[in-house]
Design a protein around this ligand. Structure first.
Ligand code: SF4
Ligand code: SF4
Ligand code: SF4
Length: 588
């Protein structure tokens, strides 16, 4: 067994790290519900484990999603993560082959060159020297980029994210030191024993010209081992906790675990998986338009981790989901926000107005929603279309506009939302309808995802397209140049992109605008934010409108009453809901 006292810091750090991780992970897993534990067990013995492993390779090691956002940032992350992984894996293989697969102490591959001064007669030693040096060179380039990013983050297409706490600083500085120190230790060793590859061998020869390398060998290995020790001990208390937590997040998510309306142990894992890459800041209109730079997901998740959550950080978010779409770790930031708002919220409710009203037996329920009642042209168009198509429908909230509950849900008042849901659910059941149609994407998402109805729920973009495709509703072409805005809750929130486009293409010429589909911008009217001022909402709306009118359309179409209301306030061209142009294009 090879041993030298300088391996002690490394070993001590590794033991402390594993003990802390074991404590944290078992704590999280113990808090899972029985249901969640069953899902994990089932997942382990299914194909999901293969899919998850592939995702770990593509995202945690190769950082494919970050590459897509910014190749330089992607290279920086993957050279460190994948490079380190390779350095350990190839190092283990080298040590195993050279010892004829005998037992090695876990630290031996890490300090291989120290314990194996002479490479003479070692199998494939030239190959291993080359490959290990090449991996080290790639990692060193990643370290150099990480250093540059700290001072010139714009080069990497991101803004600086979050201030460093002491443990972050220890971890960061030790990480920056680990690989240059390994390079020096191996180079000094090869300067004396000539056991290096193209990088460490040449550097050793060079250092030998002017440094007392035989004296420096030992301190260099000590320094390398100490840097590893500091990094290991700081890791669980720093942002670098994400390195290992992201891996278990990917497995658990593939097994079916997710954050819904409550902050759970799984949410805790999501929070700890954020590497603070800062991509969410750059995608957020609160930052780009209003220069609000301290509320985005990265800050919000950090505040949860550090137990310093403030109401204005939790509440100052449009819940537009743009950052979530781009988050390379796939953290469900919107749901975590709603769950946290629920913990902080202290709203009193009164539901005395829910007295019940007449229920009509029907095939289809039309639910306009509060926002549609504030934009009457939409409900007029929808009722005209339903009448023309001779649908046996019931306009459920025609007189008493009971809310679907989503605004309360977004504000974190989940009990209040549940009360409204019970009331609406009872009526929907009694009507014996087979289908529920909503005009507002906010209501659609709520009925579809939270009500567990046993009837189909469609947004009117989907329903109108079905009516046209089944020739129940006949349309003619109208001479218009249309631009379509993807509302956040309908597009990113519910994945409905193709139906409104298919419908509009049947009526007129659709000109795609800037920032469409998954990249769509918010109208600023979001009911998810209770903190921003009216002028700030307007600034967001104007930026979005600018992108929508870039190709000079004559009408901006939306399929969300709140978006229509927001854009109509300032647009110099017509803004209409999709149902309005469908009503105009109906054959008489
Ligand atoms: S929330 Fe996602 S995008 Fe934002 S810093 Fe964390 S990982 Fe990056
Ligand atoms: S959900 Fe939208 S508003 Fe909220 S932080 Fe993300 S991008 Fe910004
Ligand atoms: S009103 Fe429309 S665009 Fe604005 S936040 Fe809501 S869904 Fe998104």
């Amino acid at each position: 067994m090879n041993f030298d006292p300088f391996v002690i810091p490394f070993c001590a750090g590794a033991v402390v790290l594993f003990a802390i991780l074991l404590y944290k992970y078992t704590g999280w897993i113990n808090k899972f519900s029985i249901e969640e534990k069953k899902k994990i067990l089932k997942g382990i013995f299914s194909r999901k484990i293969i899919i998850a492993t592939k995702e770990v390779l593509m995202e945690s090691l190769l950082h494919r999603k970050i590459f897509r956002v910014n190749p330089l940032l992607g290279y920086m992350h993957s050279s460190l993560a994948f490079g380190w992984f390779l350095l350990i894996s190839v190092g283990i293989i080298e040590a195993k082959i050279h010892s004829n697969w005998a037992f090695n102490m876990p630290y031996e591959p890490i300090f291989y060159k120290f314990f194996n001064h002479s490479m003479v007669g070692k199998e494939h030693s030239a190959f291993f020297n080359f490959i290990m040096d090449f991996i080290l060179l790639v990692i060193l380039s990643g370290v150099a980029l990480a250093f540059v990013k700290r001072f010139y983050s714009k080069l990497f297409g991101v803004k600086k994210s979050t201030k460093l706490k002491p443990f972050d600083k220890f971890a960061l500085i030790s990480l920056w030191c680990i690989f240059p120190l390994r390079f020096l230790a191996e180079s000094f060793t090869s300067g004396v024993y000539h056991n290096g590859g193209f990088l460490t061998g040449s550097a050793g020869h060079f250092f030998n010209l002017f440094l007392p390398v035989s004296v420096l060998i030992y301190p260099a290995w000590w320094a390398y081992s100490t840097a590893l020790c500091i990094f290991f001990i700081s890791l669980p208390f720093s942002r670098y906790m994400h390195i290992l937590t992201e891996v278990i997040l990917i497995y658990f998510r593939n097994f079916g675990l997710k954050t819904e309306k409550e902050f759970t142990s799984f949410s805790e894992i999501e929070v700890n998986s954020c590497p603070r890459c800062g991509i969410c800041i750059d995608k957020c209109q609160l930052a780009s338009v209003n220069e609000i730079n301290n509320v985005q997901s990265v800050y919000f998740l950090k505040s949860i981790r550090e137990n310093e959550i403030e109401n204005n950080v939790a509440a100052n978010c449009l819940l537009c989901g743009r950052c979530q779409e781009y988050c390379p770790v796939g953290i469900s930031t919107n749901n975590i926000r709603i769950a946290k708002r629920n913990e902080i919220s202290s709203i009193e409710n009164s539901f005395e107005y829910l007295n019940g009203h007449e229920i009509k037996n029907c095939d289809v329920i039309y639910f306009a929603g509060c926002m549609t009642h504030l934009t009457p042209a939409i409900k007029k168009s929808m009722t005209a279309i339903l009448d023309r198509a001779k649908i046996n429908y019931w306009f459920m909230d025609v007189a008493e506009t009971t809310c679907c509950g989503r605004p309360l849900m977004l504000a974190g008042n989940i009990d209040g939302a549940k009360k409204l849901m019970e009331y609406n659910k009872k009526q929907i059941k009694e009507s014996k309808a087979k289908l529920l149609v909503t005009s507002c994407p906010i209501c659609y998402k709520m009925f579809k995802e939270d009500y567990s109805l046993d009837i189909e729920v469609l947004h009117h973009t989907q329903y109108l397209l079905q009516l046209v495709n089944h020739r129940i509703l006949k349309l003619h072409k109208i001479d218009r140049q249309l631009a379509y805005h993807d509302p956040c809750e309908l597009g990113r929130g519910s994945g409905i992109y193709s139906e409104p486009r298919a419908l509009l293409n049947k009526i007129s010429t659709l000109k795609e605008s800037a920032d469409n589909k998954e990249d769509s911008l918010c109208c600023g009217g979001s009911i998810g934010n209770t903190q921003i001022k009216f002028q700030q909402r307007d600034a967001i709306m104007l930026e979005t409108l600018k992108g929508l009118t870039i190709n000079n359309p004559d009408t901006v179409i939306t399929s969300c009453p709140l978006c229509k209301k927001s854009f109509s306030r300032k647009s110099i061209i017509r803004v209409a809901d999709i149902s309005e142009v469908v009503a105009e294009a109906m054959d008489s």
